[in-house]
Design a protein around this ligand. Structure first.
Ligand code: WQD
Length: 337
C-alpha cells in the first residue's frame, strides 16, 4: 500500500482529501501545526473511515523537525496543503505569509531531495491568474501578478517547484483550485475558519446561524448579469477526488511531464447573488444580506476550463452548487451542537 504524507491534513481541503485517500486504499500520514484547525479533526476523519491516520504536530518552518520526520518515515508521495490562506490577513502581515508559506515549502522540498521522495502535489489557486482577459480560464492563460501576498506565495511556490522538478528530476503537479465550498456528506468535517470569515460561504452559513448579523455583498456594480462578481464554486469533495487522481497519476508514473498544472473548477461561473439564492433555496430559509461597496482587490470574474483535468486525470466534478450549499449548512448546524 502506497504511503502519502498530507501536510495541512487536518485543515478544510486537507481533511476531505485524507478521507478520500484512505477510501482509495492509501496509507496516510498527516503533518499539521494546528495553526488554523483543531486536533479533533483527527477523530472526525477516523469516525468517517474507521482508519486513524498517523499524525505529527510539526511546524514545517522547523527544518530539523521536518528532516527528523523524513528520516523516520518513507513516503511515496506528498500532498502539500500547509499554508496560511487568508487574503486580507496576508496584506496586513506579508512577512508572516512569506515565511510560513515559502519556508515551509522549501523545507519539504529539501527533505524530498535528501530522502529520495519523488512525487509532490502542490495546493495552488486560480488567484495566480489575477483577472484573466478571457473566460473560461485554461492552464495556458498567462499568469498575472496576484494582488495579495497570499496569492504571490502561491505563484512563487509554483516557480520554486518548476526549478525544483528540473534540478532534481522530481514529479510535480500543481492543482489550481477555484473557490472551494461545501462539506462532507456526513457533516463530520467542513470549513472551520478561525475568527471572522474572509470567504463567502462560511460567512453565509454563520449569518444563517445567527453568529453574524448580516452578510455584506461586496459590490453590485460589476459588469456581470446581476452586478455581483462571478466565481467558480467547486465542491470540496470533488477537489478531494481530484487529489486522489493526481497522486495516482504520479505514483503509477502516468504523468506525461515532470511538471503539470490543472485547473480545478466546475467550468461554470456563479454570481454572489446566485450563490445566496442557491443557499436559500437548498435550505428553505431567507438570508440577511446588504449590498455594500466593492472589496479592494476583488476581481470581476473567474471560472475554469477544466477540460485538461477531465481528460488527463479522468476527473469529473459531480456536485451541484445546491448540494454544496446543503452540506455547508448541515456542517454549520452540526457545529452548534
Ligand atoms: C468570493 C466572492 C467576494 C465574502 C479567495 C482566494 C482564493 C481561495 C478562496 C483561499 C467575491 C464575495 C465574499 C463576503 C462577499 N483561497 N464576498 N461577501 O476572494 O474569490 O478567493 O478565497 O481560500 O485563492 O483568492 O473568495 O470567498 O473571499 O469571495 O460578497 O462576506 O464573494 O467579493 O466576489 P475569493 P471569497
Amino acid at each position: 500500500m502506497s504511503k502519502i504524507l498530507v501536510t495541512g491534513g487536518l485543515g478544510y481541503i486537507g481533511s476531505h482529501t485524507v478521507v478520500a485517500l484512505q477510501n482509495a486504499g492509501y496509507e496516510v500520514v498527516i503533518i499539521d501545526d494546528l495553526s488554523n484547525t483543531d486536533i479533533d479533526f483527527l477523530d472526525r476523519i477516523t469516525s468517517i473511515t474507521n482508519i486513524k491516520p498517523t499524525y505529527f504536530e510539526i511546524d514545517l518552518k522547523n527544518q530539523e523537525k521536518v528532516n527528523e520526520f523524513f528520516q523516520q518515515n518513507k513516503v511515496d508521495g506528498i500532498i502539500h496543503f500547509a499554508a496560511y490562506k487568508a487574503v486580507g490577513e496576508s496584506v496586513e502581515k506579508p512577512l508572516m505569509y512569506y515565511r510560513n508559506n515559502l519556508v515551509g515549502l522549501l523545507n519539504v522540498l529539501d527533505a524530498m531531495k535528501d530522502f529520495d521522495t519523488d512525487n509532490i502535489i502542490f495546493s495552488s489557486s486560480c488567484t495566480v491568474y489575477g483577472q484573466a482577459d478571457k473566460m473560461p480560464i485554461d492552464e495556458k492563460t498567462p499568469l498575472k501578478k496576484p494582488e495579495s501576498p497570499y496569492g504571490k506565495t502561491k505563484q512563487m511556490g509554483e516557480e520554486i517547484l518548476e526549478d525544483f522538478s528540473s534540478a532534481f528530476d522530481k514529479n510535480v503537479i500543481c492543482l489550481r483550485y477555484f473557490n472551494p465550498v461545501g462539506a462532507h456528506q456526513t457533516a463530520k468535517i467542513g470549513e472551520l475558519p478561525k475568527g471572522v470569515p474572509n470567504n463567502l460561504i462560511p460567512y453565509v452559513t454563520q449569518t444563517a446561524a445567527g453568529i453574524r448579523e448580516t452578510l455584506s455583498v461586496w459590490g453590485d456594480d460589476y459588469p456581470t448579469r446581476d452586478g455581483t462578481a462571478i466565481r467558480d464554486y467547486i465542491d470540496v469533495n470533488d477537489l478531494a477526488d481530484a487529489h486522489v487522481k493526481a497522486i495516482n497519476r504520479l505514483v503509477e508514473k502516468k504523468n506525461k511531464s515532470k511538471l503539470e498544472f490543472f485547473n480545478l473548477g466546475t467550468g461554470t461561473g456563479s454570481t454572489v447573488l446566485e450563490v445566496v439564492n442557491a443557499f436559500e433555496n437548498a435550505n428553505y430559509l431567507k438570508l440577511n444580506y446588504q449590498i455594500k461597496e466593492r472589496r479592494a482587490g476583488d476581481i470581476i470574474e473567474a471560472y475554469a476550463d477544466n477540460s485538461f483535468a477531465e481528460n488527463e486525470l479522468g476527473w469529473q466534478p459531480k456536485t451541484t452548487l445546491a448540494e454544496s450549499m446543503r452540506t455547508a449548512w448541515e456542517w454549520q448546524k452540526g457545529l452548534e451542537k
